[in-house]
Design a protein around this ligand. Structure first.
Ligand SMILES: Cc1cc2nc3c(=O)[nH]c(=O)nc-3n(C[C@H](O)[C@H](O)[C@H](O)COP(=O)(O)OP(=O)(O)OC[C@H]3O[C@@H](n4cnc5c(N)ncnc54)[C@H](O)[C@@H]3O)c2cc1C
Length: 414
């Protein structure tokens, strides 16, 4: 079998759209199937660290994302009760150290940058209102079926449908899902509502026993993004769009540093959301037959290292490169899986452990835990990380376009 002529992607989130872009870059035709009626991200920020920025830069959306976010500024870790500054990471040397910057962006801005570039390459490649239901596969093709009654046949299918992935359940069975005993809150508020003493250190994390609260500015300091995660034994629903009240939030964080508590109280009504964090075991295999998993669908992770989206972007870049290098889709899958499994599953497990570090602070002692910068997370570059040597001479793929050749020569320069 030659290279696949047609690739379907289930899920038009950060992972699915970056995968679409990376595959288009290497000369492939993709079709993205998204369950929502419009591409709409949740109102929240997302931090894109240098490891993922390499891919966005390579794929031509980095500059736009950086311009929309503005500079990240120093990162301050503070004691949850006293507000004492426990650590400052200046963070102005990332380009020097890692070759790319660190940016905090509105998720809508990131999704818009990705989606408009994907659509510019191929205006008809995104299919909205297509909720994946099931697939069948044989030696010739994989056929996806959607709840709207439509079907779509392709050579391979990439499952990018998030943490509660139906593709994953269909391929690997419904594995055990655990409520982690952690509930998260998120909100965006205008910077004008934010107390001045919080604005002094706009990018900060308050760490305390069983809880943390992180805030950072978006869109050139016009909006403050707030995310807090705390232990809450009572079961909470999964999903990022469950409305919450300021009272629920303050009840769990009543002993927080007064200015941080004021920040919570300044959240406008109707803009606060909560959800219970779920945990799934790492996959031992990312692909089966003609189907491969990517992003949260492959390695759903808790948010304690802020790396879920970054891992999805890394996956997408490496998968694109694997297709640009391999002679068959099986080879591409195998290059991708061997390059990604250890890295992404490792971050998934490290993220679990990080919870104990940053939520293990007592009222008297404070240990901010290992900084993700010092864990070597940011040194990875998905654009240049070696792919295992292909076992056979790659055949020239069908539809091997000029853009693929250009991409290859560009890679060769790095
Ligand atoms: C509040 C918050 C803050 C975060 N902060 C960070 C951060 O700072 N840095 C970071 O790296 N990560 C962060 N993360 C994690 C990150 O957002 C996720 O890891 C990332 O979105 C994963 O991307 P994905 O494309 O794999 O999945 P998703 O973003 O979940 O996208 C999945 C897509 O698939 C679609 N879909 C689902 N089911 C179906 C179906 N059956 N058929 C068709 N389509 C379907 C969904 O509608 C969605 O569009 C954060 C998460 C949250 C909630």
């Amino acid at each position: 079998m030659d290279h696949p002529a047609r690739i379907s992607i289930v899920g038009g989130g950060i992972g699915g759209l970056t995968a679409a872009l990376a595959l288009q870059y290497f000369g492939y035709r993709v079709s993205v199937f998204e369950q929502a009626r419009e591409l709409r991200e949740i109102g929240a920020g997302v931090a894109i660290s240098p490891n993922a920025m390499h891919a966005l830069n390579f794929l031509g959306v980095g500059e736009r994302v950086a311009a929309q976010g503005g500079p990240a500024g120093p990162y301050v870790t503070r004691h949850f009760q006293t507000g004492e500054v426990l650590r400052i990471r200046v963070g102005n040397d990332y380009v020097e150290r890692f070759g790319a910057a660190y940016h905090q962006v509105h998720r809508v801005d990131l999704q818009t940058a990705l989606a408009s570039t994907v659509r510019r390459n191929d205006p008809d490649c995104v299919f909205l209102d297509h909720c994946f239901e099931a697939f069948t596969q044989d030696s010739e093709r994989v056929v996806a079926r959607f709840t709207n009654g439509k079907t779509f046949a392709s050579d391979v299918l990439i499952g990018c449908d998030g943490g509660a992935s139906k593709v994953r359940a269909h391929v690997f069975g419904d594995d055990l899902v655990n409520y982690t005993g952690q509930v998260a809150f998120r909100a965006l508020l205008p910077m004008t509502n934010v107390p001045p003493s919080i604005q002094e250190h706009p990018f900060a994390m308050f760490i305390g026993p069983n809880r943390f609260l992180l805030h950072y500015p978006l869109r050139h300091r016009t909006i403050m993004n707030v995310i807090a995660v705390g232990r809450e034994p009572a079961w909470q629903e999964e999903g990022w769009r469950i409305p919450a009240t300021v009272e629920e939030f303050t009840n769990l964080y009543s002993d927080l540093y007064p200015a941080a508590l004021q920040l919570i109280r300044a959240i406008p009504p109707g803009t606060l959301f909560k959800w219970g964090l779920r945990d799934r075991e790492p996959l031992q295999q990312y692909c089966k037959g003609r189907v491969v998993m990517l992003g949260d669908a492959a390695h759903p992770m808790t948010p304690f290292l802020g790396q879920g989206a970054c891992m999805a972007i890394e996956d997408a870049m490496v998968l694109g490169r694997a297709f640009g290098t391999a002679g068959t889709f099986q080879e591409a899958f195998s290059l991708y899986e061997s390059a990604r499994k250890e890295r992404a599953n490792g971050v998934q497990l490290a993220s679990r452990r990080q919870a104990d570090e940053i939520q293990g602070v007592t009222a008297r002692g404070a240990n901010p835990g290992a900084d993700p910068v010092d864990r070597g997370l940011y040194s990875y570059n998905p654009v240049t990380v070696p792919l295992a040597v292909s076992p056979r001479v790659p055949a020239l793929p069908r539809g091997y376009s000029r853009s693929c050749q250009i991409a290859k020569s560009k890679l060769g320069d790095r």
